[in-house]
Design a protein around this ligand. Structure first.
Ligand code: G
Ligand code: G
Ligand code: NA
Length: 257
């Protein structure tokens, strides 16, 4: 409850900010888009990561406020940085949603209004959800929300893929375009044969089933080499860039390798 009040004050004072971490093509080194990650700029404690305010994500009102704030501020920063004028396919923004967002039947409409405000289209939006969200027993409305956003042109990414919850059995039933290989597999990909085998297996399933893949948490050149050797098309991690502020977004490179 105390964190709820502090959170609402922080929202009112504009202290909740989106940070942006690039997602990169292993073939061309081009920045394909950014994942939006919430940061709380606390005057006393510095910049707080989502782990430090995890309870916000469990309260539907606070979680919806956070999502809306992240999207509005991220779209504003995207336009300010001139990203909608880049040539080629649209630079994407990946937005992490909670089950509360997907259970809200107004969410897609609200999102449409936010895009309209900035003159942006759904094809620059990737929705990130976890396996846990997909397995929620109230998943009917959530699947409808995801399907509706895909129909409008968004892509859907399954986050932390391979870490638990879901059996592969469900994968084909879900409206998903992208699998994100959890960073725990990339961390030891050069040292542990089983982690490499799992990454390889995910890439093979993705190729056969027509999913795109992003490997998360790439920190070293040898991890990048290993992922490239397995044919991984997209990567994200500290090797290329840490999540950056809106101000840094405007100066960020469009190519990383
Ligand atoms: O930001 P960090 O790199 O610490 O991310 C930790 C976790 O918090 C990630 O799993 C990420 O998906 C999640 N997360 C970060 N920002 C948001 C957000 O704005 N909304 C939701 N729902 N999850 C977020
Ligand atoms: O999957 P999820 O949305 O949880 O992933 C985002 C989280 O991973 C954020 O906490 C982000 O700061 C963190 N992250 C991003 N790149 C790296 C990396 O290369 N190494 C580690 N350890 N964490 C990373
Ligand atoms: Na994510």
């Amino acid at each position: 409850r105390a964190i709820g009040r502090r959170f609402e004050r922080a929202i009112a004072e504009d202290l909740l900010e989106p940070y942006f971490q690039p997602i990169i093509s292993t073939a061309s080194g081009a920045r394909l888009g950014y994942e939006i990650l919430a940061r709380w700029r606390d005057p006393e404690r510095g910049i707080l990561m989502p782990d430090a305010f995890a309870s916000v994500f469990k309260d539907y009102r606070l979680a919806e406020t956070l999502t809306r704030t992240m999207i509005q501020r991220a779209l504003t920063a995207y336009v300010s940085a001139g990203l909608e004028r880049e040539p080629g396919p649209p630079v994407t923004l990946s937005i992490n949603l909670t089950s509360f967002d997907l259970l809200n039947p107004e969410f897609v409409f609200d999102m449409q209004l936010m895009l309209n405000t900035h003159g942006l289209e759904w094809d620059m939006i990737t929705i990130e959800v976890t396996e846990k969200v997909m397995l929620d027993e109230r998943s009917g409305q959530m699947l409808r929300s995801l399907q509706e956003m895909r129909t409008r042109g968004a892509t859907v990414a399954l986050d932390d893929f391979g870490t638990g919850y879901a059996g592969l059995r469900h994968l084909a039933d879900w409206p998903v375009d992208i699998l994100k290989i959890d960073r725990s597999f990339c961390a030891k990909i050069t040292e542990t044969a089983s982690d490499k085998a799992i990454a390889e297996g995910i890439l093979l399933i993705a190729q056969r089933c027509g999913y795109q893949v992003v490997a998360e948490g790439v920190e070293t050149p040898s991890q990048l080499d290993a992922l490239r050797a397995l044919g991984c098309p997209r990567v994200q991690g500290f090797l290329f860039a840490r999540p950056m502020s809106s101000a840094d977004l405007a100066r960020a490179p469009s190519r990383y390798i």
